[in-house]
Design a protein around this ligand. Structure first.
Ligand code: ATP
Length: 444
């Protein structure tokens, strides 16, 4: 499969099956903003819930937080975003296309012929201009500069400014972390690749506060844990790698930074960053707010500004990774079978429930099973239309790991056929054991 074809197929499947729609589509869409449909919202929720459960519920050294999107504008001065959250932008004087100067690769101008037939000349680029990526809006009725607020471009700052509130209201002591999932906004110059780079997105960020001098070992632990989390999502290990920020890439305040990258059809790209941010963030907020943000270590009777190890992942980007990694086409009995081979824990629908035929009490039994599964927290899908093979294919495309069919034997011995999505093998399971069977396999 050529790479563009792969993404075209995925985008079209995502729309057809209700994973992702273009925002405001009936008005022609809004550039690089996307909506999640019935299956997509479940998939992304499952990704976020796995993150929350691993980062907050399973650990006693991390607290959760849900800070507001709008923050005091001084926050963004302290963080460096007002002065420095910029990308260098260049334009082509001929075709007017716009590029990010730091991501520029051989810009071909569609309006400039080349000496070689079928090729274009290169774009005639302007000097780079810096462009701030933060969206501005106004608070209150007067739209003047004093009323400017920003839509947060990252969730991390909400954590830093609440670090003392969390410390004072919980039983935590350094080392400890604060985790948050929430929307972030960036007016990206060159967004694209479907939901990979969008202007509105969700982040899953955790900031871990440690004693200076112990930051190196915590950084290594967090690298390991975050790597394992992605593997446990079922991602192909060979498509994940670490990318270490070299001296040119490393933010001036960071001591070390590694990205977890995935091999997308459009190349290796970052899905999560793990950064040793030193005491830069708390230092800056201490300076700009005038409030002391030092930690008092009672046991050692000493004060210090904690260092921060950050793990920052995009919920949409991880959802795209899960979709890309799961998509496959197989030839089965002369037909192409499209499968989303999701890990059962993130699959939007856990089971398809079918009566083999619409008679002999089969629909009634299947309907009872279907309702019991849903009520028991197992999202399921009832389907009695068309040949059984077609019903299986529809569930394969939705990434549903199991199909349960009520058939002639059900009335005799109280069992149903379970069909496995990946191996397409079948086995029989007792009706009253179906929920337990699924629960064991989907981790619900
Ligand atoms: P890039 O260099 O690709 O612009 P970044 O290094 O600025 O990204 P971070 O600020 O480290 O990205 O953001 C942390 C995570 O948030 C990224 O790993 C990514 O998963 C997610 N993310 C960042 N920007 C976007 C975006 N525009 N759309 C979707 N997800 C994003």
């Amino acid at each position: 499969m050529a790479d563009t074809t792969f993404m075209d197929k995925l985008v079209s499947l995502a729309k057809r099956r209700g994973f992702v729609f273009q925002s405001s589509e009936i008005y022609g869409g809004l550039g690089s903003v996307w909506d999640y449909g019935p299956l997509g919202v479940e998939l992304k929720r499952n990704v976020k819930e796995r993150w929350w459960s691993a980062m907050v519920h399973a650990r006693d050294d991390i607290e959760g937080l849900d800070a507001a999107i709008l923050m005091h504008p001084r926050v963004w001065e302290a963080s460096g975003h007002v002065a420095g959250f910029t990308d260098p932008m260049v334009d082509c004087r001929t075709c007017k296309a716009r590029f990010r100067a730091d991501k520029l690769q051989d810009a071909q101008c569609p309006q400039k012929p080349s000496k070689h037939p079928g090729e274009h000349g290169t774009c005639d680029l302007t000097e780079p201009r810096l462009f701030n990526l933060m969206f501005k809006t106004f608070i209150g009725p007067v739209e003047d500069s004093a009323a400017v607020v920003y839509l947060r471009p990252e969730t991390a700052q909400g954590i830093y400014v609440n670090y003392q509130n969390v410390l004072n209201s919980s039983r935590q002591r350094v080392p400890f972390g604060i985790a948050q999932v929430g929307k972030a906004f960036r007016n990206e110059i060159t967004p694209g690749n479907f939901i990979f780079r969008t202007r509105e997105f969700e982040q899953m960020e955790m900031q871990f506060f440690v004693k200076p001098g112990t930051d190196g070992e915590w950084f290594e632990r967090w690298r390991q844990w975050r790597w394992e989390w992605h593997l446990a999502l079922g991602l192909t290990p060979g498509k994940l790698r670490w990318h270490e920020h070299g001296p040119g890439e490393l933010a001036h305040y960071a001591k070390a930074a590694y990205d977890i990258e995935y091999e997308f059809p459009f190349g290796w790209n970052e899905i999560e960053g793990v950064h040793n941010r030193t005491d830069f963030d708390l230092g800056r907020h201490q300076e700009y707010s005038g409030k002391k943000l030092e930690y008092f270590d009672q046991a050692a009777n000493e004060r210090y500004l904690p260092y921060i190890v950050e793990t920052s992942a995009g919920a949409d980007r991880v959802t795209l990774t899960v979709l890309v990694d799961a998509y496959r086409e197989e030839q089965v009995e002369g037909e192409t079978r499209v499968v989303l081979g999701f890990h059962p824990a993130v699959a939007p629908i856990k089971a398809g429930v079918f009566p083999l035929v619409k008679k002999d009490g089969m629909p009634e039994t299947a309907d009872r099973l279907y309702r019991a599964l849903r009520a028991g927290g197992l999202p399921s899908f009832y389907d009695d239309s068309g040949a059984i093979g077609r019903r299986y294919r529809r569930m394969d495309e939705a990434g549903t790991p199991f199909c349960l069919t009520v058939d002639g034997q059900t009335a005799e011995d109280g069992s149903v056929t379970v069909r496995h999505r990946d191996a397409m093998t079948q086995e029989r399971v007792a009706l009253d054991q179906a929920a337990a069977f699924l629960r064991e396999r989907v981790g619900a």
